[in-house]
Design a protein around this ligand. Structure first.
Ligand code: G4P
Length: 525
């Protein structure tokens, strides 16, 4: 076994933040970068997300520049306390897309950031469900403790009730907003208080669970109440169980404030300690690929097109599963059997893209691609053939009817659609009877990218007619009765000709279920 690979695997932590827009994902990422020394100034990450000069340096696709947002997930790699931390960004806001979900297939853990004023919000729930099905650990950060929010007991109960995951509070807030005194931290057996704007003070607990020594806050009923709540939770609540954490059944919950940095370091320290290093991945023929195997293997989870409009480059994002990547090495692309030299690769550091020299399991590298790769492709070196399972498809929620604007350009329209669908940029459906094209997406931005790329890469203008959001449910061929189609439950077929209903809303789906209880309605992941 290669000692170097083993060491590097051990210190890798690859994760994504799942949250609803505005919960504080950017702010907490920035704190991580600050603590790691990757940036010196708060506000840097944010500036990148908005229109700024920093942006001109990179050559993201045109649409991205216009909107001043990052179209698809990017990756950041930082050193934190000896750990190599890889953060995969999961775009929220309007740039939510299927890539956001796919990115979650390439991480070993997730950090769920919740706004304590709001609790579990819709996008958090959606992302949680995808992560939860993978059975990977989920760490919860209850953010914005510097503001008045909801009752901590309520928030924890909501996690369990709305998401169906057990919770284990790692620390407990002593007050909130203006009355915030600190954190009562049973996990580390200490009380954490803010000493100055940047510094926290840690006071160890004595045998009775009281903060050692004389402190003013000990006089406060807020302190006494926090101890009572925390101890009650420890007696009546879930037990700390590493295995349950590892399999995503129990989420460790931390309180803090990303904005002021309070509690963030405590959270990060526990996170790198408890989150798993990259682990074994099973191939389609049930071979277990251990990350410390010497054979290099990886899979492509995302393709970003037109990062440089001048060159029409695409970048294929590879998650390394095993072995060592070395610049210039030859790999086999499993789907075609072709050997490809990995000469131009890029790694994602905090504020610049750099050529990678070598990389290890858990790392994400970007390959400049001229059209060789597809989402879900496996690459490997050496003689042993490896194929990782395909990535799941996600049930789209937004639909549009599409047709070529110019009938003379039909050919390029069809070619463009086929290629974009194959690449995973959009999903394709047809109305069952009339075979009109319908495209499906999980976020509005996918439509814009689709339209833009069809025009710029295939010279085809499209007519798009929004159909709004629909609930897509697949049925078995044997249950198919074309007469069932109506405007409230439009019958369509997916690109493999499987029948699928597009229900107008929940009411329409329920109505259908009542009328046809024998028909099973299925969804993608
Ligand atoms: P996101 O990436 O999840 O969308 O959220 P982001 O970090 O951008 O945070 C959204 C807003 O919430 C920002 O305010 C940010 O400053 C604020 N915020 C984040 N963490 C905390 C916290 O711990 N406490 C408080 N009080 N606020 C927090 P904004 O006014 O929308 O943005 P900005 O223009 O001030 O940066």
């Amino acid at each position: 076994m290669d000692k170097k690979i083993e060491e590097e695997v051990k210190r890798r932590r690859t994760f994504a933040i799942i949250s609803h827009p505005d919960a504080g994902k950017t702010t907490i990422t920035e704190q991580l970068l600050l603590f790691s020394g990757a940036i010196r100034e708060a506000g840097t990450v944010k500036a990148k997300g908005k229109k700024s000069n920093k942006f001109a340096k990179s050559d993201w696709m045109e649409i991205e520049k216009q909107r001043g947002i990052s179209v698809t997930s990017s990756v950041m790699q930082v050193d934190y306390d000896g750990f190599q931390v890889n953060i995969l960004d999961t775009p929220g806001h309007e740039d939510f897309s299927e890539d956001t979900y796919r990115t979650l297939m390439a991480v070993d853990a997730a950090v769920m950031v919740v706004d304590t004023g709001k609790g579990i919000e819709p996008q958090t729930k959606k992302l949680f469900e995808v992560v939860s099905r993978r059975g990977i650990p989920i760490f919860t950060f209850m953010n914005k403790l510097d503001r008045d929010g909801r009752e901590p007991l309520d928030l924890v109960a909501e996690l369990e009730e709305v998401l169906g995951i057990d919770a284990y509070p790692m620390n407990w807030p002593m007050g909130m907003g203006k009355t915030l005194l600190g954190l009562y931290d049973l996990y580390n057996q200490r009380v954490e208080i803010r000493k100055s704007e940047e510094e926290d003070l840690f006071i160890p607990l004595d045998q009775e669970g009281q903060a050692n020594g004389n402190h003013e806050f000990k006089e406060s009923s807020i302190y006494t109440q926090a101890i009572e709540d925390a101890q009650l939770l420890h007696e009546a609540g879930n037990e700390f169980d590493r295995e349950a954490i590892n399999s995503g059944k129990l989420t460790p919950v931390f309180f803090g404030s990303a904005l002021t940095g309070f509690g963030v370091q405590t959270f990060l320290d526990a996170f790198v300690d408890l989150a798993p290093a990259p682990s074994t991945v099973v191939t389609v023929d049930n071979t277990k690929i251990d990350p410390v195997d010497e054979q290099f293997t990886g899979f492509i989870f995302k393709i970003q097109a037109n990062m440089n409009p001048a060159h029409r480059d695409r970048i294929a994002f590879v998650r390394i599963v095993s072995g060592r990547f070395v610049k210039g090495m030859n790999v086999v692309l499993n789907r075609t059997g072709k050997t490809i030299r990995m000469a131009h690769t890029t790694q994602f550091l905090a504020d610049a893209r750099e050529e990678v020299q070598d990389a290890y399991p858990g790392d994400i590298i970007g390959l400049y691609d001229t059209g060789n790769f597809q989402i879900g492709d496996t690459i490997y070196d050496g003689n042993r053939k490896v194929q990782f399972p395909e990535l799941p498809q996600f049930t789209p929620e937004l639909f549009m009817k599409v047709a070529p604007k110019n009938i003379m350009k039909q050919k390029s329209f069809h070619k463009g659609i086929q290629q974009l669908v194959q690449e995973g940029a959009i999903q394709l459906y047809k109305t069952f009877h009339t075979e009109e094209y319908i495209i499906g997406a999980v976020g509005q931005l996918q439509f814009e990218v689709f339209q833009y790329r069809l025009l710029h890469e295939y010279n085809a203008e499209v007519e798009m007619t929004p159909m709004g959001s629909k609930i897509a449910r697949w049925i078995d061929e044997k249950d198919l009765d074309p007469k069932m189609s109506s405007s409230r439950n439009l019958l369509a077929k997916d690109r493999f000709d499987n029948p699928v209903f597009l229900f107008e809303n929940q009411f329409a789906e329920n109505w259908f279920k009542d009328k046809h209880p024998e028909i099973e309605l299925m969804q993608l992941m």
